[in-house]
Design a protein around this ligand. Structure first.
Ligand code: ZN
Length: 62
């Protein structure tokens, strides 16, 4: 069975688990657009997305 890439609706972090690795939310979505890789939390993109940990995030979550 293939794992579907899911995105946390709470913080938009990508996860292949049943819960978000960052905020432990189980409110996940398979409907998302745009992949952003946050390398530095000091970057403008990280501030725009309000993330506080490097990783992969989605721009839009359905
Ligand atoms: Zn989350």
């Amino acid at each position: 069975m293939a794992r579907r890439t899911q995105v946390c609706r709470n913080c938009r972090r990508f996860t292949t688990e049943q819960a978000c690795p960052v905020c432990k939310s189980t409110n996940l979505s398979t409907s998302w657009k745009g992949l952003v890789v946050i390398v530095s939390i000091e970057s403008e993109v990280a501030k725009m997305l309000k993330v506080n940990e490097p990783g992969r995030y989605a721009l839009y979550v359905g």
